[in-house]
Each structure stands twice: as structure tokens, then as C-alpha cells.
Design a protein around this ligand. Sequence first.
Ligand code: FBP
Ligand code: MG
Ligand code: MG
Length: 331
Amino acid sequence: MNAETEKLALPVGTTLDRFIKKKQDDFPFASGELSQLLRDIALAGKIINREINRSGLLGIEGAFGAQNVQGEEQQKLDVIADIRFMRALRNGGEVCAVVSEEQNEIIDLDNPNGRYIIAMDPLDGSSNIDVNVSIGTIFSIYRRLSPVGGPVQMEDVLQPGVAQVAAGYLLYGSSTMLVYTTGRGVNGFTYEAGLGEFFLSHQNIQTPLDGKIFSINEGAYNVFEPAVKKYIEDCKEQRFSGRYIGSLVADFHRNLFKGGIYIYPRTDTAPEGKLRLLYEANALAYIVEQAGGKASNGKTRILEIEPKELHQRTPLFIGSKKMVEKAEGCF
Ligand SMILES: O=P(O)(O)OC[C@H]1O[C@](O)(COP(=O)(O)O)[C@@H](O)[C@@H]1O
Ligand SMILES: [Mg+2]
Ligand SMILES: [Mg+2]
């Protein structure tokens, strides 16, 4: 077959499955469990993507009528996404326990041979669900510390971010993407609904060292710490662009590619910030560092913060290295 003919059928690219397999082969001692777990997450992502796309037709928009442990009104899709992930992880068999934004306590999945722990934000950007704005899912993966087969311990889930074996997010936006790292770079996959497959679309993602975008909800400006006000004024001095979607995953994703900083500082009503260390900050901090960026609470590296509680919050400064360092310099 000659090149001309070949061009008729452009290669569709590397599927997530093939990519995972190839990466696994790089590690002769790899057992394949993490690979299977990544596939389970991708499957749950496909199902949730389909429900998000049809939410207006299925009557699954709006509030669920209950509050989660954070006192936030749960949206129906928060609960649906939580159920879908729990099911996929339980059936997959690799995960023994889950910490979820939508569950007060650790969820034991009854997989005694499961070697992994997941911390997840099943649906991120809940305030944007009903208005067709990009939303996401965030996940962190750890190896359990206590013996396999035994009961899951608090020490298994309260591990610092540096102990993550993998982390990632799904972005349900103009296209649906899965972006993840296993500690050897960051890769992005775009979902091709017609084929029901994720394809490698963004290889070895690197974030610009510096940027001109700042993402912060200035509605609470008056109660920000002086250091944060100083940094925002500096961004405005330099005529940087203010961009804020209100979905952490979407704001993070834009800044990851274009260069920028996302800040959710502490405020009077949120003295420790709003975002959660275990299932929002840790995963994105791992990804941004793998892509050459930085993440801290203004002073301490996010990945080195020792978790004390399941739903612990933290201020978050994340994005291009030089911008985060500049913001830290304001403290
Ligand atoms: O409305 P605010 O205070 O700016 O908060 C928006 C932030 O809160 C979040 O919605 C919190 O996440 P959840 O939607 O998962 O609860 C982030 O996605 C977003 O960046
Ligand atoms: Mg969230
Ligand atoms: Mg959420």
C-alpha cells in the first residue's frame, strides 16, 4: 500500500488502553493493577460524561435535596457521579477504600484484596452544572499502607500528597478529556464518543514557567489577606487577564496550557480556604509539579502538607512556577 492510499485513512492515534499497556511494559515488575484502575476510572468518566451531556433531557439537573459533610447543597449530578465512581471502583476490584467529597466517612468497597485507596471529587464545579459550563472530576490514587485483606485504617487515607502513585482529572467541557500522571510526566486524552474511546491528544504536557492570567473570585476581595490583595494589584498593574470559570478543574486546565495562576485564599468565612486537600488540591498539585509548575498554600508545598482530617481544607496557589513564587513572595 503506498503513502497516498495510506493518507486516505488517517491514523486515529493511541488509545488510552494501548498507552497504559505500553507504559506498564516499561516496568517489568508492574502488576497491572494500577493500569486496570486507570481503565476503571476512564469507564466511569465515560458514563458520567454521557449523563452530563443529557442531564437536561433526563431531568437530573438541580439540587438533590440534601447537604454533604461540608454543608453544601448536593446537586443530583454530584450524587450520580459519586454512585457511578463507587460502582466502577467496586466492580474493578483494585480499590479497597474511597474518600469522597460526597461521603462523610471513608467508604470501604469490600475489596479486601484491593491495594489502592482513592480520594475523589466526583463532580467539581457544582455551581456550574445546570448552566452548561465546564465541570470535572478529580482523583488521587495511593497504595494502602495497612496489610491487604485487613481492615482499612485512617493512616491509609491520611497520606500526604507526595505519597500519591497517580492523580488526574476528567474535564467535561467542549471536549471531554482525561489528564493524569503516574509520576512520569503528564498526558492528556480526548474522548471520541463515536468510538467510545479516549485517544492520546496531549503528550508530555509542560506548563509555561510564567503567564499573564490570574484566576481568583474577587467577590471576596475585601476580606482577602493583605498579601493576596498585594499580588492581585500587582497582576492588575501588569495588565494581566482575569479569568475565573468557577470550576477548579476548568480554571486549572486553562492555566496549565496557557500559563497562569489560580488562587483560592483563606477568607473570613473560610479561614482555611474552601478547597479540599485530599481530593482537590493534592491531585492538581501533583499534576502541575509534573508539568513544571508549582502549588502551595502560600507558604508550604501542598504535597508536603500532612492531612489530619478527611475533608480538610487548604488555601491554594497553583500554576506557573514564577507566578506562584511571586505570590508567595507577597507573604
Ligand atoms: O464560588 P466560589 O467561592 O468562587 O468557589 C468556586 C470553587 O468551588 C468549587 O466549585 C468547589 O468544588 P465543588 O464544586 O466540587 O464543591 C471549585 O470547583 C471552584 O473553583
Ligand atoms: Mg471540587
Ligand atoms: Mg465536587
